[in-house]
Each structure stands twice: as structure tokens, then as C-alpha cells.
Ligand binder design. Structure first.
Ligand code: RUQ
Ligand code: CUA
Length: 662
């Protein structure tokens, strides 16, 4: 049970039956789930392509993984917030800066949610965003290269959970703080002064329409609650953003009890167009902060990290008509807007119903000032005035909702382990299927967009007890694929996933395939230590640094014999892969190095640093099976004593003895 709220839900599960279901983790009918034609529905014949890419959060692995649907085959793990020895990410000198933060290099984080970029509310296939939950950050992955292109840290935030949801044209990705914290100059305060000193923030991170470059456009200073999830308005509600929050009790201890006192928490509605106006009019306050902004440059194949010092903060207590609160039962997780943008669904983990709010009614209630009061100076709209209606008796522990193109919603139920399909207008439940077990998020391809692609709903489960071969105390994390083509949902496939899958998105394959990058052009390689051709390979000493300008091409390194390195030297292997063929990376590793290998794409340059700690001759080799002579792709580097007078030499294909060695 990886997810913290499991613990929180437990004592409050509404009925005894629910408790029983949770403890056994086994809904009825567990065995009878798969229909006879399921296999053919997920069979992708050898050599054929899948229909969708599924981008799945890797949870506490810190990465994003990419599966094909309907087959469930794993295609790639994209390193984002954690080092990845398979690809050298976080180990190569070029990539280290990607993991820099205001507190230095951090090799790990916890990625919960994915957002695929959209234009006019529909997937455009350009970028995937992910959140770092522990040290607040947002990453942008380039879907041409399936590589992390940028990471920006979020100041005044702690536990960046309510993130990275996006607006209709990817104007902004947002970051809502899970933990409220002391904000401003006074940070060192007693924890039990929470109610006075702790604040929540949400940040709007602008995304440049051309380059994708992120910048923190502004932050809103909000009450000290816990922000959970969010969705942008779309269509008629474009210009608004909706955030679910819990702990409106503002508890600072034993939240499982103390943050579950009130019947209702809130969905916070933010008019971000209004916020933009305030920023333009100079109404925001510039606050001193410190955060890292890391960018990977495709021309130099290198990341740089810049520490930024300022953020613009807007205070809704001083700037009216920007923030409203809608009461929402009880500790809402999901906060989802339907494809039309009219309906906002709050999934309260401890609630017995699913409230569906109407954007039109919300606008009317705001115009009529139909408020039931204030919360920290922010107007609270009357529940009945903004409610479209409630889905009655839907299940236990509603968590997250997605939509198809036909007016139906699909809600995951963590406690009762099921997906429930209901009609968004009439609020009638029309179908339900069990999940195995304890589903968290779910995903309908295009489900959060204006144009759902539909066809499947995928469950991302917390527990797989008895579904897979046992693998010791921890079992595989898992997803399940259901068809939603007909009136009834049908289970088609279980497939294991990496890390803990939280949220995921799926996008039609043809939107990405055609753009996929095959090589880095060697003539465009602007890496300062690139070696553009075998003839330019060399070894250069600079004080106690030895720079090896090395090339790799099937199936040798140039140079492959290096002498004259001395103890106390630091050796930099700058390896340029000269290949210009798709899918021909070379690897590089040297014996005794205290980091991982390099994996160098065609046309790319990457650097491995090595500080030898003893004298001798050390082999290096290519780690990626690149040709029939891959096993021959190797070399030696000799390390002599600090005072030795072995000259610096390098060669490839030379058999005569090197310069004398004393
Ligand atoms: S969440 S179900 Cu942190 Cu959205 Cu996990
Ligand atoms: Cu190059 Cu193996």
C-alpha cells in the first residue's frame, strides 16, 4: 500500500462492508472478469504497431514510462526526476544540471501526474509534463526525443502534488502545494502556529508556445489548506482553473482524524485571466525566493542550471474577483472538468456522493454574490447555488474522473475497487466493473481534453495481490485495460508497470510517431568538447585534468590506447558518437568509475568523469550491443604514479611500443 491516503481513508470508510472489501482487497466476481474475445482485442501482431502511446507516471521511481495500448508493452522509461544508469541520466556531466535544485543536486523524486500538451483543448503531441512531488518541480519532456528538456523548481511550495495540469492551449501548467508552509521572511515558526503562519500557494508556469520554455508567471497566495489535484476550464470555462483541496480544518497533526472533521472541503476556482490582468497592471508583489531552472540544450547536448531569485505573488485578499471557493464533500482528490467545460466533478475520497458543479451556475452565483460566507477572506459560494447535481450511491472512495466523447464519465473508486460509468447530464450510474485492486487514477485516452479519443479506460492500481507471480514482499505495480466501446465496460488485459503508477495519459500513436527524432545531425553538434571525426580525436592535459576527445563508430573508439595519466588526475572522457543511423547508440564505461555508463545517441557528445584511485591499466568498453564486433569495441587507459614521467600519448591501431616508460 504505497499511497498515503489509504491510511487516511481506512478509519473513515463509510460502512462495515467497505472495510471488509478493503481488507480482503477482493471484490466479488474477481475470477469471472475476462470475456472470450479479450485476447484478440489486445493482440498486436509481431511487427505491428500499437494504437496509443500511454504515458504513465512512475510514482516513487521518479520517472515516466511509455507503454503501447492495447498491448500493454513497455517501450521506454524516460528519466525525469531520478538518475537512470541505463541512460547515464544524472551521471553524465551534461545531464547532471537537470537535477540541480536550490538545495543542490537531488538524484531522486516522486512523479505523480502527467499532462500532455494541448492546442485548442486537444492533444497536439508536443510535450509531456510531470510533477516532482517531494522537492517541488515541473518537468517538460520533449515528445520528439522522449527526453526531459526542462525542469523548473517551484518556490513557496512543499509537496508539489496539485500539478502539472494545463490550460487549453498550454498557456500555463500549474503547481499547487500539497503542504502549506510558512511563506515569506518568517520561516522558523512553531508548527502549532499553523493557522496563523502557514499558507498555500498555487503557481502558474507560463509555457512559450514555440520553444516550450517555462517561466513562473505568477503565484497566488491562498489559505493554508492542502492542495490535491486540479483541472483547467475549457471551452466556456476557459480562463478558469479548479483546484481540489482538503484539510480546510487547517490541522497540523494527525491529519487522518483532524483533517476529516468537516463535511465539506473546497474546490477553489481561480480566474486566471483576471490574475493575468492584475499582473499586467503591476498589481503583483515581487518576492525574493530561490529556485533552479534547468534547460537541456539540443545543440550542445548539455544542460544548464540557473538560480532565479524572484516571483510575482498575487494576494486575493487585496485583489478581488479572482478566487472563489465551492464547498465540496469531503477531502476531494480528483477535480475534473468535462469535455464541454460546463461540468466540474469533485471526487471526495470520504464522500458518499459525487458532486457535479455547473460552470454556468457558478458564474450566475458569482454575479448574484450568492455567498454563504468567507474563508480567509475569500468568498465561499453556496453549495446548492453552484451544484448541477450529485451522483447518488456511486461507490466508496471516489478518487478521479475522466470522460469519453459521448457524455459519459468514468470514476475510479479506491475503497470499493471499481470503475463506475455514469451519465454526466442525468447523473445516472449506467455501469460498473471491478478493478484488481484498489484503483487510484484512471485514464481514458484524451479523457481530460475537449476531444476524448475514447475506446479504452485504463485503471492504475495500488495492489496486485494474487494477480501476478509472487516476487517476494513486493509485487508488481499494475494497470488494467478495459474496453469502453460498447454500453458495458469489458476487462481486456492486466499489465505490470514500473514504480507506482499514479496518473497517466494516452495519445494516438500517429500524433507522435511521425515527429519522432532519429538522430542528432553531426554537423549541428555544438558541444564544446565534440570531436567531429576520427582525425580530430586527441588527449589534452590541463593541469591535473586530462580531457579525452574520443569518437565512437562501429566498432571502435578513437583513441583506444591512452597512456600518461597520473594518480591525482581527473579524466574527462568526452565521447562523440559519429553514427548517423537511427537507433545506433554507443555506450561507454571504464573500470572503477564511481558513476554509471554513458549512452550516447547518434551524433551526440557525452562526458564521463573518472578519478582513478590506483595505478595500473584499466579497460573501457562499449556497453550497448552495436554490431557483430561490439564485443571488440574496447580500449585501455594506463594510470601511472603521480611522479612518473610517462608522456601523454594516445593512439588507435598502433602496435609498435609506445614511448618509453622508464
Ligand atoms: S495521486 S492515486 Cu498522488 Cu493523484 Cu496517486
Ligand atoms: Cu558500440 Cu557496442
Amino acid at each position: 500500500m504505497k499511497h498515503t491516503f489509504f491510511k487516511r481513508v481506512l478509519p473513515f470508510a463509510v460502512t462495515a462492508a467497505a472495510l471488509a472489501a478493503m481488507q480482503s482487497c477482493k471484490p466479488k466476481g474477481a475470477q469471472s472478469a475476462v470475456g472470450g474475445d479479450a485476447a484478440s482485442k489486445v493482440y498486436v501482431a509481431p511487427g505491428k504497431y500499437d494504437e496509443f502511446y500511454n504515458f504513465v507516471s512512475g510514482g516513487f521511481s521518479g520517472q515516466m514510462s511509455v507503454y503501447g495500448l492495447p498491448s500493454g508493452r513497455l517501450f521506454r522509461v524516460i528519466p525525469v526526476f531520478s538518475v537512470d544508469p541505463e541512460k547515464g541520466y544524472g551521471y553524465s556531466e551534461e545531464s547532471k544540471a537537470m537535477l540541480n535544485t536550490s538545495t543542490g543536486f537531488i538524484p531522486w523524486d516522486d512523479l505523480h501526474h502527467i499532462a500532455l500538451s494541448t492546442t485548442d483543448g486537444s492533444h497536439d503531441g508536443r510535450w509531456a509534463f510531470g510533477n516532482a512531488n517531494n522537492t517541488p518541480r515541473i518537468a517538460r519532456v520533449d515528445l520528439k526525443t522522449f527526453r526531459t528538456a526542462e525542469i523548473i523548481e517551484i518556490p513557496n511550495s512543499a509537496g508539489n502534488h496539485s500539478s502539472p495540469f494545463i490550460t487549453e492551449n498550454t498557456e500555463y501548467v500549474v503547481a499547487g502545494t500539497r503542504f502549506s508552509v510558512p511563506v515569506g521572511d518568517k520561516q522558523d515558526v512553531p508548527i502549532n502556529t499553523y493557522k496563523d503562519n502557514f499558507k498555500g500557494t498555487v503557481s502558474f508556469i507560463g509555457v512559450d508556445a514555440g520553444s516550450g520554455r517555462m517561466n513562473i508567471a505568477f503565484q497566488l497566495l491562498l489559505p493554508g489548506v492542502n492542495f490535491d489535484l486540479a483541472r483547467a476550464g475549457k471551452g466556456k470555462s476557459h480562463g478558469w482553473f479548479f483546484f481540489s483541496c482538503y484539510n480546510s480544518e487547517k490541522a497540523n497533526t494527525l491529519l487522518e482524524v483532524n483533517a476529516s472533521q468537516k463535511d465539506k472541503d473546497f474546490i477553489i476556482a481561480i480566474n486566471w485571466k483576471k490574475a493575468e490582468e492584475y499582473v499586467k497592471a503591476g498589481k503583483g508583489q515581487k518576492k525574493a525566493v530561490k529556485y533552479a531552472h534547468n534547460v537541456y540544450d539540443e545543440a550542445t547536448h548539455s544542460a544548464t542550471s540557473t538560480i532565479e531569485n524572484e516571483v510575482i505573488v498575487l494576494d486575493p485578499n487585496e485583489l478581488p474577483d479572482m478566487v472563489y471557493m465551492m464547498p465540496c464533500p469531503k477531502s476531494p482528490h480528483g477535480c475534473d472538468t468535462d469535455p464541454t467545460g460546463e461540468y466540474i466533478v469533485g471526487s471526495g475520497k470520504l464522500a458518499a456522493t459525487i458532486p457535479v458543479f455547473s460552470f454556468t451556475k457558478m458564474q450566475e452565483a458569482i454575479a448574484a454574490k450568492n455567498f454563504e460566507g468567507e474563508y480567509d477572506g475569500i468568498p465561499v459560494l453556496k453549495y446548492d447555488a453552484v451544484l448541477h447535481g450529485e451522483v447518488k450511491k456511486p461507490g466508496l472512495g471516489p478518487l478521479h474522473t475522466e470522460f469519453d466523447a459521448n457524455g459519459f464519465a468514468y470514476t475510479s473508486f479506491f475503497v470499493s475497487s471499481e470503475i463506475v460509468k455514469w451519465n454526466v447530464k442525468t447523473l445516472e450510474v449506467v455501469d460498473r466493473v471491478p478493478t484488481y485492486y484498489s484503483i487510484g487514477h484512471l485514464c481514458v485516452p484524451g479523457g481530460p481534453t475537449k476531444k476524448p479519443w475514447g475506446k479504452y479506460v485504463i485503471a492504475y492500481n495500488k495492489i496486485t495481490k494474487d494477480r501476478y507471480l509472487p516476487t517476494g514482499p513486493e509485487l508488481a505495480q499494475s494497470a488494467q485495460l478495459y474496453s469502453i466501446d460498447g454500453d458495458k465496460m469489458k476487462l481486456l488485459l492486466d499489465f505490470p508497470t514500473i514504480g507506482e503508477p499514479h496518473y497517466a495519459e494516452a495519445i494516438p500513436a500517429d500524433l507522435l510517431m511521425k515527429n519522432s527524432q532519429k538522430i542528432y545531425k553531426i554537423e549541428e553538434n555544438k558541444h564544446p568538447h565534440a570531436t567531429l571525426g576520427d582525425n580530430n580525436a586527441k588527449v589534452v592535459r590541463k593541469g591535473n585534468e586530462v580531457h579525452v576527445y574520443m569518437t565512437s563508430i562501429r566498432s571502435h573508439f578513437t583513441p583506444d590506447n591512452i597512456e600518461g595519466v597520473k594518480l591525482g588526475d581527473v579524466v574527462y572522457f568526452h565521447v562523440t558518437n559519429l553514427e548517423q543511423d537511427w537507433d545506433i547508440p554507443h555506450g561507454f564505461a571504464v573500470k572503477g568509475a564511481n558513476n554509471a555508463e554513458l549512452l550516447i545517441m547518434p551524433g551526440e557528445t557525452q562526458t564521463l568523469t573518472w578519478k582513478p584511485d590506483r595505478t595500473g591499466v584499466f579497460p573501457f568498453y562499449c556497453t550497448d550491443f552495436c554490431s557483430a564486433l561490439h564485443q571488440e569495441m574496447q580500449g585501455y587507459i594506463r594510470v601511472s604514479a603521480a611522479g612518473a614521467n610517462v608522456p601523454l600519448t594516445f593512439s588507435t591501431g598502433k602496435t609498435e611500443p609506445a614511448a618509453e616508460t622508464k
